[in-house]
Design a protein around this ligand. Structure first.
Ligand code: PLP
Length: 391
């Protein structure tokens, strides 16, 4: 039996997968079970911050695995404290909560918004989220997700969450009521098609939240952890929320999520209010510490700014040559091109030619390579894409 047939028979059928089996990787490249090499501009969907097989990350994980992987959050552990300090010291936030995924970080943020409201404004519980957003697959997160296709057949959803169009302040203002506890948005919508927030919009949202003591939550699961050329996407905009949800790239491939909150917001949780068995365990925390250290010691954020600008420029020149591309947009190494055809077949042909890409909605191809990507790899990516689009 082929590996794929074995997978189809034993793994639950929830993903539409490409017909390759990936086995190993180094830097920006991955290899399938037949030894075929692919240039990886998916990076686990913005997860492999440092690429594949990174020695510092592999070493940190191996050392921690030998020492101790996990104890309960009944006890303190140093890697978790160190990671919390790094995140808090490099941000405007006062406290970190650790979990295992983006959805779980979003759930944590929704619970904290309601817990905070319970203490300060007991009449408030409503959350306003954005159309075309993506927040994950658990019930709270999928309810906040503003894309009905993900919500089919699982109703009833969580009560108390409503949606407004993204980047439309008047619509948001009109939706806010005396019951609004929190507003959640992605500073750069990723799955929804690489749609950056407008700065003036975020400024107005921030002022509105201040005026009404509504907690502002940024879902930085995809756009955070260096992807904009700043450690956090809120720094790119210069407009701070009350909480951010993190996951994907935070531990470079080891499953981890985090919620960062201001001291004021974080005080909404008391012992017993929220927990996660694996959250912030020593193995994941050591991996995340290694990722953050590497980002700063090797000036990787500068590389993101530089290569992000180069990729943008290359995609704009490709757009000049190729009528199928109708828009180029994004920030840093979270870029997208919109096509006037479906992205799927283009991505499949690129894969056959040794380039891995992922869509963001039906017509957008997304570029989220490891943050250590170099000029040559961008050249190779765009040249394969050009060959496919112009053929
Ligand atoms: C991927 C993603 C999530 C969900 O993360 P999981 O780890 O898959 O639960 C949430 N929000 C955003 C913005 C994402 O990109």
């Amino acid at each position: 039996m082929t590996t794929i047939k074995r997978g189809e028979s034993a793994v639950m059928n929830t993903y539409k997968r490409f017909p390759i089996v990936l086995e190993s990787g180094k830097g920006l490249y991955v290899y399938d079970e037949n030894g075929k090499c692919y240039l990886d501009f998916v990076a686990g969907i913005a997860v492999n911050t440092l690429g594949h097989g990174h020695p510092a990350l592999a070493d940190a994980v191996a050392k921690q695995a030998e020492k101790m992987m996990h104890v309960s959050n009944l006890y303190w552990t140093k890697p978790q404290i160190e990671l919390a300090e790094k995140l808090v010291n490099k941000s405007c936030f006062g406290k970190a909560f650790f979990c295992n995924s983006g959805a779980e970080a979003v759930e944590s943020s929704l619970k904290l918004a309601r817990k905070y409201a319970e203490k300060h404004h007991p009449e408030k519980y409503e959350i306003i989220a954005m159309e075309s957003s993506f927040h994950g697959r658990t019930f709270g997160a999928i309810t906040a997700t503003g894309q009905p296709k993900y919500q089919q057949g699982i109703q009833p959803l969580l009560p108390g969450i409503k949606h407004v169009p993204f980047n439309d302040f008047e619509a948001l203002k009109a939706a806010v009521t005396g019951k609004t506890a929190g507003i959640i948005l992605e500073p750069i919508q990723a799955e929804g098609g690489i749609i950056p927030a407008q700065k003036e919009y975020l400024q107005k949202v921030r002022s509105l939240c201040d005026e009404k003591d509504i907690l502002l939550i940024y879902d930085e699961v995809q756009c955070g952890m260096g992807r904009t050329g700043h450690l956090f996407a809120y720094e790119y905009y210069g407009i701070s929320p009350d909480m951010i949800a993190l996951a994907k790239g935070i531990a470079g491939g080891v499953p981890m999520g985090a919620l960062l909150a201001t001291d004021k917001a974080a005080a909404g949780f008391e012992p017993g209010d929220h927990a996660s068995t694996f959250g912030g365990n020593s193995l994941a925390a050591a991996a995340a510490c290694a990722v953050i250290d590497e980002l700063f010691e090797k000036n990787i954020l500068d590389n993101v700014k530089k290569q992000g600008a180069y990729l943008t420029q290359k995609l704009h020149s490709l757009k000049e040559k190729c009528t199928a591309i109708t828009d180029v947009r994004g920030v840093g190494l979270l870029q997208g091109i919109e096509l006037n055809v479906e992205a799927g077949p283009v991505i499949l042909t690129c894969m056959k030619k040794g380039l891995l890409l992922v869509n963001a909605g039906t017509n957008v191809i997304r570029f989220v390579p490891a943050l250590i990507v170099g000029k040559e790899e961008i050249d190779e990516c765009v040249s394969i894409l050009e060959e496919v689009l112009l053929s």
